[in-house]
Design a binder for this molecule. Structure first.
Ligand code: G6P
Length: 521
């Protein structure tokens, strides 16, 4: 296929479209009776078990999808990504987040230079710094140990680390390493979030990590100034040197903010914000909390999945298969079952994904119960995909002895696709595998559709528009006037802005700030 043409114009795409009619004739309930088909739709790599037999697909579909991947050049695009080609074409950059977890001796080149030694220089710096803080060698200005960490950052500079934090917070070894420590994240610019992140913390024992690839993101910089004021008004200006460190690619801006560049951890423009969890973005706050060795295992898990993505043939390649098969939709535990599952059972077809572990981080087995609490959760992991796939009519349910009040009035037709992923357990290593698998899955979908998964012009436009709103709000308020269409807003925004400005009868006094209850001096 020519590079410039759309994948939807290819004969492989049309072949898939022609195949849709045949798939519409199938019922998952019947497809699941075919053992050979199920066997053909299960894969395993590095202990990660992927079952996509509940997809509206047959081995023929898989063959057609793989032909589509071939036509879209997925294989060569994977190699180009790992090889440091500038596949982020709109920004003229390489896409090398995989180099962030490459082993020390590996060679990954960007523009002819091996980036791995730089990666490890920063990792060594992170290890040394986090060990000093955790060991009580690096203390706050009043001599107290820094046992609380607040990570200030947004988007890719918060979500990945927060996800890892949530997943590891109950894992026995990580938990033991985090004993006596606290980690919180401040992302949103809503002042309520600053209160939530700082409330109850002792500034003398708090270390703040400002995480921003660009060090210009408006929300993060305002939150950084807020937290700096919270620290310095209690501990004096000297607190910045001991209580604030930064993670950024823009070390000049870090210095201009007042943080010593010696206390900054760098990364590179070949790491997209949304792919930055394995850079200092995640490694600094999470190593402070869980220790560097735990987080190193996270990197090793990611690397194992990277290697699989790079080397496995597409028909056995977990992230590539996920990228060819559909979309993410989810919620932890059985929470979804008690909220939006009704929608996926009865509404428009939404492909769902179920991810579970064989061994729970924290199982509970109450005496007299039939199964342990984790097994109870797992019963749902096994049952819901079949309920979605196979459905059941009310007659059969009655015949099976289901109490009348639980028998639905309607027949559930089923035929709702899902896929199931089973991991041996959730620890730093397997979490790394899982995250890397999803990173590469997104890349694969982008490779097929011809979408650059590594730039973000829509988001950038939103940031530009927010800057305009900020300056017009300030201008209108200081001139005591309303905003108007002459300010460059449409009628809806003019009305919304004026309503907001009129309701805020007391603009904040210039040059003065107040901390809300709970954070006041
Ligand atoms: O890390 P920063 O430069 O502060 O950017 C924070 C976030 O900004 C945008 O929303 C991007 O879409 C994200 O990818 C990025 O992570």
């Amino acid at each position: 296929m020519a590079a410039s043409s759309l994948i939807s114009d290819s004969k492989e795409w049309r072949a898939l479209q022609d195949h849709v009619g045949a798939i519409k004739q199938t019922q998952l309930r019947e497809l699941l009776e075919d053992d050979a088909r199920t066997e053909a739709m299960v894969r395993e790599a590095g202990g990660v078990y992927l079952d996509f037999s509940r997809q509206n697909a047959t081995p023929d579909t898989l063959k057609l999808l793989l032909e589509l991947a071939g036509a879209a050049g997925v294989g060569p695009k994977i190699q180009a990504m790992f090889g440091g080609a500038h596949i982020n074409s709109t920004e003229g950059r390489a896409v090398l987040h995989t180099a962030l977890r490459a082993p020390r001796g590996a060679v990954v080149e960007d523009g002819g230079a091996n980036v791995v030694p730089e990666v490890w220089a920063v990792l060594d710096q992170i290890k040394a710094f986090t060990e000093r803080v955790r060991g009580g060698e690096w203390v706050g200005v009043t001599g107290k140990r820094l046992t609380s960490v607040v990570s200030v950052g947004i988007g890719g500079s918060a979500l990945g680390p927060l996800f890892v934090h949530t997943a590891l917070s109950t894992e026995p070894e990580a938990m033991a390493q985090a004993a006596g420590r606290q980690l919180s994240f401040l992302a949103n610019v809503d002042p309520v979030d600053a209160v939530r992140a700082l409330r109850g913390l002792d500034p003398e024992a708090t270390l703040v990590v400002i995480v921003s690839k660009t060090f210009t993101t408006a929300e993060t910089m305002l939150n950084a100034r807020t937290v700096r004021a919270w620290l310095t008004e209690r501990l004096g200006q000297a607190a910045v040197a001991k209580h604030m460190v930064a993670v950024s690619t823009n070390l000049k801006a870090v210095e201009a903010f007042g943080i010593d560049p010696a206390n900054a951890f760098g990364f590179w423009d070949w790491v997209g914000g949304r792919f930055s969890v394995s850079s200092a973005v995640g490694m600094v706050p999470l190593s402070l909390h869980y220790s560097f060795p735990v987080m190193e295992r996270f990197l090793q898990g990611m690397h194992a999945m990277d290697d699989h993505f790079r080397t496995a043939p597409l028909q056995d390649n977990l992230p590539a298969l996920l990228g060819l098969l559909n979309i993410d939709f989810g919620e932890p535990g059985t929470n979804g079952q008690h909220s939006f599952y009704q929608l996926i059972h009865q509404g428009r077809t939404i492909p769902a994904e179920f991810i579970a572990v064989v061994r729970s981080q924290q199982d509970v087995y109450l005496g007299g119960e039939k199964v342990s609490s984790h097994e109870e959760l797992m019963c749902n992991f096994f049952a819901q995909p079949d309920a979605l796939a196979c459905g059941k009519d009310s007659g059969t349910l009655r015949a099976e002895g289901v109490p009348e009040h639980l028998v639905p009035h309607k027949t559930f037709t089923g035929n709702r696709p899902s896929l199931s992923i089973l991991l041996p357990e959730l620890n730093a290593y397997t979490l790394g595998q899982l995250l890397s698998m999803y990173e590469h899955r997104v890349a694969t979908s982008g490779f097929v559709w011809g979408i650059n998964s590594f730039d973000q012009w829509g988001v950038e436009l939103g940031k530009v528009l927010a800057n305009k709103v900020r300056s017009k709000v300030q201008e209108a308020r200081s001139a005591g006037r309303q905003v108007s269409k002459a300010d460059g807003f449409n009628a809806s925004t003019v009305r919304l802005l004026n309503r907001f400005l009129e309701a805020k009868t007391q603009p904040p006094a210039q040059g003065k700030h107040t901390f809300p209850p709970g954070l006041e001096l």
